[in-house]
Design a binder for this molecule. Structure first.
Ligand SMILES: Cc1cc2nc3c(=O)[nH]c(=O)nc-3n(C[C@H](O)[C@H](O)[C@H](O)COP(=O)(O)OP(=O)(O)OC[C@H]3O[C@@H](n4cnc5c(N)ncnc54)[C@H](O)[C@@H]3O)c2cc1C
Length: 248
């Protein structure tokens, strides 16, 4: 039988701790042997508060696996939220968040697309991670994402964005800013602008323009919060973009 590195580690540790083990075998951290009490209750939520991770269950830190359990809880929560939203007829959107999140949950994401997601937001790193493709241009990748039946909104930083829906593809021109001060929160502001416009029934190019405006605004100052004094100008631009008020 082949001796693995793990076997070697265990036998070495058994030799090292032979005196304390007093002839017993060393139990490895496969967690199969654990016998934690199981606590059950009718519901792990109250109104809009949900318990997950360490707040729902803890194990002795020598066992580990708390991160894994917390991740499994988070996945179950995301599944439940999306299923409830679909059942209620809500528009659903997913932001791919980071290339690391995509790498860790690619199969889950494609599963969600199959079950029905209306809008997917991605940046350059995230869409490359999603398709494990480091060379195709972003318009091709946007089409590919749209091919999964979602409205694809792909941000390409200072180069603007691509929006794909079915066979349609729109280029969102970048909005230049005098100085990029802090990019913190820009992606979320972009998505917020896009969602506002989309849910207001604006055509896709106008959704992209408002999203771009919000992103450009957010990178122009420190921190993600838009100063109150900037809103009147933002509202004025938004009114000009709004197809309902722009016509009148
Ligand atoms: C020393 C040690 C070693 C560990 N090693 C491992 C390991 O090897 N493998 C493993 O899988 N797990 C390990 N764990 C367990 C693992 O870290 C936890 O199970 C896991 O982080 C739980 O995730 P969580 O999101 O539930 O909680 P946390 O990661 O603790 O997140 C809770 C967050 O909420 C924030 N917070 C708390 N109260 C407030 C408040 N009032 N307002 C705003 N924010 C608040 C906290 O600052 C924190 O950021 C270890 C834990 C410890 C302590």
């Amino acid at each position: 039988m082949r001796t693995t590195q793990r076997d070697l580690l265990v036998t070495t540790a058994e030799r090292l701790f032979a005196e304390h083990l007093a002839g017993e075998k060393l139990l490895t951290n496969r967690s199969i042997w654990r016998t934690f009490p199981t606590v059950r209750c009718g519901s792990w939520r109250h109104e809009n508060v949900v318990l997950l991770g360490d707040s729902a269950h803890t194990a002795h830190f020598s066992i580990g696996s708390g991160t894994k359990l917390a991740m499994e809880d988070a996945i179950a929560l995301a599944d439940a939220v999306l299923s409830s939203a679909r059942a209620a007829g809500c528009t659903t959107s997913l932001d791919l968040s980071s290339f690391e999140v995509v790498n860790a949950s690619r199969a889950w994401l494609f599963g969600q697309f199959r079950r029905g997601i209306d809008i997917v937001f991605a940046n350059e790193d995230e869409i490359r991670a999603l398709f494990e493709d480091n060379s195709s241009p972003f318009d091709t990748l946007t089409r590919r994402l749209a091919g999964h039946g979602v409205l694809a909104a792909v941000k390409v930083g200072k180069d603007g964005a691509w929006i794909g829906q079915g066979e349609k593809l729109h280029r969102v021109e970048p909005r230049r800013v005098a100085e990029v001060v802090d990019t913190n929160g820009a992606g979320d502001a972009w998505a917020a602008g896009f969602l506002f416009a989309h849910l207001s029934g604006w055509p896709l190019p106008a959704c992209g323009e408002l999203a771009s405006l919000m992103g450009a605004e957010t990178v122009s100052h420190l921190g993600p919060i838009i100063p109150a004094s900037h809103w009147p100008e933002l509202h004025a631009v938004a009114r000009a973009l709004d197809p309902k008020t722009a016509r009148g």
